[in-house]
Write a protein of this length. Structure first.
Ligand code: UDP
Length: 232
């Protein structure tokens, strides 16, 4: 297969038919923009499964995603979208860079979900970017920005409810959108690599912070998220 792009956690190949890509989830985990890197056997398959569950759930709620079908444990067929070079981050609870930037203790529940954007650029370390800058740099149109924010907030409500049933608190997450046939659709993945998930009762972290902060065994946590998500 012809490689179109290789990222930190996925390889994108040309699909067999026009308008498709084949995405392979890798087992590597990176943190601090690649400063820390490790392989975790089975991570790609677990993230592919969690993403499939969520993307099918969003489709049922009328949110179009790039997901077409699963090819094998780590490989999926997706629509060939043009990725908007802006990451959308939704936060329900203060954590990570938000806590560090504003001096807010991790765990503070925010009065409403916040929408944040960062420029998708490893070279620049994904800097925070505001809407005016996004428009001035022509990264997205006003209409696209509005659509991405609305979809991200709707996804937040769906995911919060879903994970609540799995006894998990959705703290924050990152989304990537793409342009496909003049529509904005959800792309990339949504997994414990890109979400913060805390056990609802104990507050135990079940996401990539385990790797970022050396808190224990990553795959035990990811498998637990998958187990609970499968049983919702
Ligand atoms: N996130 C991500 N990719 C990024 C940056 C952030 O998936 O390049 C996710 C991260 O896992 C968390 C949320 O977005 O669920 C908010 O991350 P934050 O800005 O707090 O970043 P961090 O603490 O990782 O620097």
């Amino acid at each position: 297969m012809e490689v179109v792009y290789e990222g930190k956690s996925k390889i994108v190949y040309k699909g067999e038919t026009d308008g498709t890509f084949i995405i392979k989830y890798k087992d590597s985990a990176t943190a601090g923009n690649g400063a820390k890197k490790q392989e975790f056997a089975g991570k790609g398959a677990v993230n592919a499964k969690i993403t499939k569950i969520l993307f099918e759930l969003f489709e049922q709620s009328g949110i179009e995603t790039h997901y077409i079908k699963t090819i094998d444990e780590t490989t999926v067929l997706v629509k060939k979208a043009e990725i908007v070079q802006v990451e959308v981050i939704i936060r329900n609870i203060a954590a990570g860079s938000f806590s560090a930037r504003y001096g807010i203790p991790e765990g503070k529940i925010l009065p409403f979900p916040t929408v944040e954007h960062s420029l998708k650029s490893d070279a620049l370390n994904d800097p925070l970017i505001n809407e005016s800058h996004i428009l001035a740099l022509e990264l997205a149109s006003e209409k696209e920005l509005k659509e991405m924010s609305e979809k991200a907030l709707k996804i937040n409500e769906i995911m919060k409810d879903f994970y609540k049933k799995a006894n998990l608190t959705l703290v924050d997450f990152k989304l990537e959108f793409g342009r496909f046939e003049n529509r904005i659709i959800l792309c990339d993945e949504i997994s414990p690599d890109s979400c913060r998930l805390w056990d609802s009762k104990t507050g135990q972290k079940l996401d990539k912070d385990i790797f970022r902060r050396d808190l224990g065994d990553l795959m035990t946590a990811y498998n637990e998220v998958l187990r609970r998500a499968t049983n919702v």
